[in-house]
Design a binder for this molecule. Structure first.
Ligand SMILES: NC(=O)c1ccc[n+]([C@@H]2O[C@H](COP(=O)([O-])OP(=O)(O)OC[C@H]3O[C@@H](n4cnc5c(N)ncnc54)[C@H](O)[C@@H]3O)[C@@H](O)[C@H]2O)c1
Length: 254
């Protein structure tokens, strides 16, 4: 087994859903640490604009369009990443969607659509990069799950909770298979984070109610998730694998 790329500035990362929110912050922290990062999103214009804000940081950023509900689009994304920067050593499965529909009203299309983006997308992205990571003897995969997967969603419906609980199971199963190859696979479980997703799906009064109930008395920030992900992608975090790391201001302690 080789050591793989030994510092962030030799590493090539894909961050899905990086046009905005948590994905954009993760990408920015990775580029700041010297990595070459592909910002992959179905909103390719947004991803381009976000990538442009990272000029001048230690590493490099570029945007690639992808629809995580489409396998051939995912394979194309990995190809483009490799052409732009070389073999992929970090994958952050961040993109996700959430609907608040109550259980009895969830139709099959909405159920399948949620599972497709939140669970099948990470499965396909991981399969598409794992052979290269095995060959290099090094890799870091981080799945952005949610407190929803550890317990039950504050806002989202049963499909959101089920997809995030499934993502935690996928994380552990792949971590076990990939550990002998120098590849770690971990999940990050944010509580309520101040992004468009949270603000689009919650009224201002509802948000205030949540904030008052959280021990930390505030929402989390995308940058706080970014810093945690950069640590999990570092050489120092090589003995952490299969973990579900909570980051929720004390909202869920277990
Ligand atoms: N914001 C929160 O409070 C919170 C809490 C826990 C977990 N999360 C998780 O963190 C991740 C990011 O959340 P966010 O709040 O930044 O969301 P967001 O809605 O602000 O951003 C999500 C990004 O993913 C992209 N995306 C969605 N579907 C896609 C698809 N099919 N193909 C490609 N790109 C797609 C969107 O274009 C967008 O840029 C999600 O997985 C979410 O479930 C968020």
């Amino acid at each position: 087994m080789t050591d793989g790329p030994t510092s962030q500035n030799e590493r090539v990362a894909i961050v899905t859903g990086a046009a905005r929110g948590i994905g954009a912050a993760i990408a920015e922290r990775l580029v700041g640490a010297g990595a070459s990062v592909v910002l992959a999103d179905r909103d390719v214009d947004g991803a381009r604009q976000t990538a442009a804000t990272m000029a001048g940081l230690a590493g490099q950023a570029c945007a690639v369009g992808v629809d995580l509900a489409d396998r051939s689009s995912i394979l194309g994304m990995v190809d483009q990443a490799q052409q732009a920067f070389g073999p992929v050593s970090i994958l952050v499965n961040n993109a996700g969607i959430m609907f608040r529909t109550r259980f009895g009203d969830i139709d099959l299309d909405e159920w399948n659509g949620t599972l497709q983006v939140n669970l099948t997308g990470p499965f396909l992205c991981t399969q598409a990069v794992m052979a290269g990571m095995k060959e290099a003897g090094f890799g870091r995969i981080v799945n952005i799950a949610s407190s929803a997967g550890r317990s039950v969603s504050t806002l989202g419906g049963a499909h959101y909770t089920a997809s995030k609980a499934g993502l935690l199971g996928l994380t552990r199963a792949v971590a076990k298979e990939m550990a002998p190859h120098g590849v770690t696979v971990n999940a990050v479980c944010p509580g309520l984070i101040d992004t468009q997703m949270a603000r689009d799906t919650t009224s201002a009064e509802e948000l205030q109610g949540f904030i008052e109930a959280f021990p930390a008395q505030r929402l989390g920030t995308p940058a706080e998730i970014g810093s945690l992900v950069v640590f999990l992608c570092s050489t120092e975090a090589g003995y952490i694998t299969g973990a579900s790391v909570d980051i929720n201001g004390g909202d869920l302690m277990m």
